[in-house]
Design a protein around this ligand. Sequence first.
Ligand SMILES: [Zn+2]
Length: 78
Amino acid sequence: MAEAAQYSPAEIAQIRDAFIGMADTGTPVTCPRCGAIMTARAIGGGSFGLGYARKREWLICTSCRRSAIFDVKRGTRT
Ligand SMILES: [Zn+2]
């Protein structure tokens, strides 16, 4: 029986914080359920440098296959 591969909202927030922090710390994002390293994919146009402050990220656990999608606000340098 397959369980729904979902994170709770709190876990998604945790993943999001870790992903944002990764830019500073270089620490890979790990799955809050199983501790495996998660891979990130950008969703959407992938248009860097066109002035979009928001970007959607999709993080997938390589072990339990749960995934989390969230918006990331990127600081734009003006
Ligand atoms: Zn996992």
